[in-house]
Design a protein around this ligand. Structure first.
Ligand code: C2E
Ligand code: CA
Ligand code: CA
Length: 443
């Protein structure tokens, strides 16, 4: 029992560390994008239904890249730390400042009514960064461009607020830098684009313009295919093959994702049927499910219906659901997953590491596999934190008897590192890009 206790403690430590790493930026110690999203969500929850507002300020340092490139990374890093420090010092304790990328910072602040306090924050930031920074022998001047938007006026979701603050930040850059700009709906030329994509998508569904490509997922030991992930593409009549990144969000927001999801599933099932009839034994097909599809009470019936239409069984199919989708609306998701799992569908958690779920929480869900997000794999051979995250995820996943897929494996060095850490499966350009079914050598 002493042993067990120390094992439990160790596991708790590993989990705490994983959690900390998953929520903070290693360089500055500020909250990262994950924690930021959480904080915005919390702030929106507190403010909604009241007459208070929430300001989201998007800050980009002007010409930071020049400093970084000309004076070296260690000067750039030192500068970012000092900037982080001044930003934190300029704010109130219930405001959040996060670093979400190279030289990009975001502030979330509950504000009373009107723009007064948001403007006050922007002015304070400009003032705080005005004095020069001394790093080594250098005296450096940095100025920020700041985009501001307000909840609920400019957006009601984390995504739309971040997007609109980002748009406004570009406006501030265009206005000559070292200044701030409020978001204005007219800035969204992108919005026109949105409606255009939506109406084109409707037509694409009618005309059956979607294609499914397949990317193999292989065993790290032995290299044999374990599954094929189905990835949708849009064969646009004039634009050629459009990747899902350019239309999935619109499909989700406009409610078209359900129909597209069914098209993908049917296409994949038809393909499996073809392979089986030709005497091949194709591996499982992994199908991506959007969080939106989980809210559809017909989801399970639809999936079962398609699988049966092609005389397949659930063990031919694996369903991928993103970590963030799992975290939303836990109970509903849980019952849906339970039913799917009881029917015999394998379930995996996609983009793992980008949300902020603890593995203990994951234990509640009947999932079989975790897919470690590409962002951790990309840097794991150079960045110790990313390697530590991958190591911790593997250890904890295995203790829960989950198998682990590394996504986005591009180099032999990454593959070798994953093999030495005991990762079960790998997927990525190193093994194969997503390809049309005709390029898959089914056996
Ligand atoms: P995902 O589920 O994380 O899929 C993996 C994405 O990473 C794919 O992009 C794949 O082409 C890309 N990828 C794979 N290996 C590598 C690599 O080694 N390096 C790099 N840089 N990228 C790699 P893709 O096909 O553009 O799909 C993007 C996202 O669109 C998917 O991310 C998924 O979230 C969504 N998606 C694709 N098909 C469907 C679908 O049928 N339904 C739903 N709901 N979403 C889909
Ligand atoms: Ca996926
Ligand atoms: Ca993924």
């Amino acid at each position: 029992t002493v042993e067990l206790e120390s094992e439990v403690n160790e596991r708790r430590r590993a989990e705490n560390r994983l959690r900390y790493l998953a929520l903070h930026d290693a360089l500055t110690g500020l909250p990262n994008r994950n924690l930021l999203q959480q904080r915005i969500r919390d702030a929106l929850e507190l403010a909604s239904g009241t007459d208070r507002q929430v300001a989201v300020l998007f800050i980009d340092l002007d010409r930071f890249k020049t400093i970084n490139d000309s004076l070296g990374h260690h000067v750039g890093d030192a500068l970012l730390k000092k900037v982080a420090h001044r930003l934190t010092a300029a704010l109130r304790s219930d405001d959040t400042v996060a670093r979400i990328g190279g030289d990009e910072f975001v502030i979330v602040a509950p504000v009373g009514d009107g723009e007064e306090r948001a403007t006050g924050i922007a002015e304070k930031i400009l003032a705080a960064l005005h004095p020069s920074f001394r790093i080594d022998r250098h005296e450096l001047f940095v100025t920020p461009s700041i985009g501001i938007c307000l909840f609920p006026r400019d957006g009601s979701t984390v995504d739309s607020l971040m997007r609109n603050a980002d748009t406004a930040m570009y406006q501030a850059k265009a206005a000559g830098r070292n200044t701030y700009c409020y978001f204005q709906p007219a800035m969204n030329a992108a919005a026109d684009n949105y409606f255009q994509i939506e109406s084109n998508l409707r037509r694409a569904i009618e005309r059956d313009e979607f294609e499914v490509h397949y990317q193999p997922i292989v065993a790290v030991q032995g290299g044999h295919p374990e599954a094929l992930e189905a990835l949708v593409r849009w064969r646009h009549p004039t634009q050629g093959l459009v990747p899902p990144g350019q239309f999935i969000t619109v499909a989700e927001e406009s409610g078209l994702i359900g129909q597209i999801g069914t098209l993908v599933l049917r296409s994949a099932c038809r393909q499996v049927r073809e392979w089986l009839d030709a005497g091949y034994r194709p591996p499982r097909i992994a199908i991506n499910l959007s969080p939106i599809q989980f809210r559809d009470p017909d989801l399970i019936g639809d999936i079962v219906c398609v699988v049966e239409e092609f005389a397949l069984t659930p063990d031919h199919i694996e369903l991928e659901i993103t970590e963030t989708a799992l975290m939303q609306d836990g109970e509903l998701t849980l019952t849906t997953l339970d039913r799917l799992s009881k029917l015999g569908f394998k379930l995996s958690v996609d983009d793992f590491g980008t949300g902020y779920s603890s593995l203990a929480y994951l234990k509640r869900f009947p999932v079989d596999t975790l897919k470690i997000d590409r962002s951790f794999i990309t840097d794991m051979t150079e960045n110790d934190d990313d390697r530590a995250i991958v190591t911790a995820i593997l250890a904890l996943a295995h203790s829960l008897r989950l198998s682990v897929i590394a996504e986005g494996v591009e180099t032999k060095a990454q593959f070798a590192a994953l093999a030495s850490l005991g990762c079960d499966q790998a997927q990525g350009y190193l093994i194969s890009r997503p390809v049309p079914a005709s390029d898959i050598a089914a056996r």
